[in-house]
Design a protein around this ligand. Structure first.
Ligand SMILES: *[C@@H]1O[C@H](CO)[C@@H](O)[C@H](O)[C@H]1NC(C)=O
Ligand SMILES: CC(=O)N[C@H]1CO[C@H](CO)[C@@H](O)[C@@H]1O
Length: 190
């Protein structure tokens, strides 16, 4: 009896290992998660919920990434909204220049993989969505590798396919204000 029981466990472990190895081989060309962070409850006064910013939920696990999907001439992404002004929901000043930016200027933050260690800092990208295009400057990183801490205003880690844009970008694309928040777009280096 006991012998059979002992045998079953290693067999299952082996099976799971084989299955997960297969899975990672199939997914190898794309971008895999690098882990998870556990949400902590924002302290009072933290996490600016202006324009429906997401706040971390205590105990919830959030997936983190060090990479983003491969870049093409028309890279698909999700456009989100952020304030780059002092006191806005973007937390501290922008990583590229340590400055705040007026939300009436077209500026964006890119997910960590696309931000690519500041290599796109202060460069322009062309964003196409809603049938229009706009040129915007990259000023910040939308951090996919961490979140749910004071540096990130207790917001969850960024997904790895985000162009996080000031309201000027949304205006330029002609998206009605009631729909600002999540839009499928494509972007390319300008
Ligand atoms: C980016 O675009 C802005 C306005 O469209 C322009 O003033 C600026 O010179 C551009 N920057 C680069 C690096 O091309
Ligand atoms: C992030 C952002 O664009 N914030 C806006 C939220 O909504 C108010 C009211 O419409 C605007 O004044 C903020 O600029």
């Amino acid at each position: 009896m006991m012998k059979g029981g002992f045998c079953l466990v290693p067999t299952l472990v082996l099976l799971i290992l084989l299955l997960s190895t297969d899975f990672f081989q199939v997914e190898a060309q794309s971008c895999n998660p690098s882990g998870k962070v556990r949400g902590t409850k924002p302290p009072p006064g933290q996490c600016n919920t202006e324009n429906n910013s997401d706040c971390c939920k205590e105990g919830k696990m959030y997936t983190i990434y060090k990479c983003s999907p491969p870049i093409s001439s028309q890279t698909r992404a999700v456009l989100t909204i952020n304030s780059f002004q002092k006191g806005g929901d973007g937390g501290g000043p922008s990583e590229c220049d340590n400055q705040y930016h007026n939300d009436d200027t077209p500026v964006v933050a890119l997910s960590t993989g696309w931000f690519n260690h500041e290599s796109r800092c202060l460069k322009n990208i062309t964003i196409t969505g809603n049938g229009r295009s706009v040129v915007a400057m990259v000023v910040d990183e939308c951090d996919s590798t961490m979140g749910c801490d004071s540096d990130h205003d207790y917001q969850p880690p960024c997904p790895n396919n985000i162009v996080d844009a000031s309201k000027a970008v949304w205006k330029a694309l002609g998206v009605p204000q009631s729909q600002w928040g999540g839009l499928d777009i494509v972007w390319s280096d300008a």
